[in-house]
Design a protein around this ligand. Structure first.
Ligand SMILES: [Zn+2]
Length: 205
């Protein structure tokens, strides 16, 4: 004799309550961990990097292969690039250079360190106002839990320099292979129409 799956009922309730939960500040109580499990763990990749799985806070504490200081970044990035990449800013929707960009080949690299992040065929039209990718180049993007603004979201950063890219959302129903949306600031990216971007390394402006 089997009863209906209680965890599924609980999960449904938490999902229904999610809109309310996201508006409340998260303070690390036990309720938060339940919400966390219901809404965020399901968004995690099936094989996350260990560092991102166990990371609970900001990327400032992480170290990256390209560990330039703020002063060094300020010397190579313009003001808006610095605000988004190094201070986790967000550009205005529908305004970015790559929002409506749909190349058939090429690669998007980090505007800070030029590491290849996304291929042209990872990009899809989401209508959300920022460039959207259903997947990244393997290992190129690292995930962190972001608890700013009273919400719990999954931040994505460049695995090479820790530059802020945007956030990743899962389960929104887009007809893509992963049903994930990497919502990335255009200004965090540079597009190269060759699949090998090494020719243009270090040309962030
Ligand atoms: Zn980078």
């Amino acid at each position: 004799m089997r009863f209906p799956s209680f965890p599924n009922i609980v999960r449904t309730l938490y999902t229904l309550g999610n809109a309310t939960a996201r508006l409340q500040p998260l303070r690390g109580t036990s309720n938060v961990s339940l919400f966390h499990r219901a809404t965020v763990y399901r968004s995690m990749p099936s094989i996350p990097l260990l560092g991102s799985l166990f990371s609970t806070s900001s990327s400032e504490k992480m170290s990256y292969p390209d560990g330039r200081s703020d002063d060094e970044w300020q010397a190579v990035l313009n003001k808006e690039q610095f605000r988004v990449l190094r201070e986790k800013g967000t550009e205005a929707p529908f305004a970015g250079e790559y929002d409506k960009h749909q190349p058939t080949s090429g690669v998007y690299t980090c505007a800070g360190c030029n590491a290849p992040l996304y291929k042209a065929d990872h990009k899809f039209k989401s209508g959300c106002g920022w460039p959207a990718y259903f997947d990244s180049i393997p290992g190129a993007v690292t995930r962190h839990t972001d608890r700013t603004f009273g919400m719990e979201r999954t931040e994505i950063v460049c695995s090479n320099c820790g530059g802020h890219l945007g956030h990743v959302f899962k389960g929104e129903g887009y007809p893509t292979p992963t049903d994930e949306r990497h919502c990335v600031n255009s200004i965090s990216l540079k597009f190269h129409d060759k699949d090998d971007p090494s020719a243009g390394i270090g040309q962030a402006k």
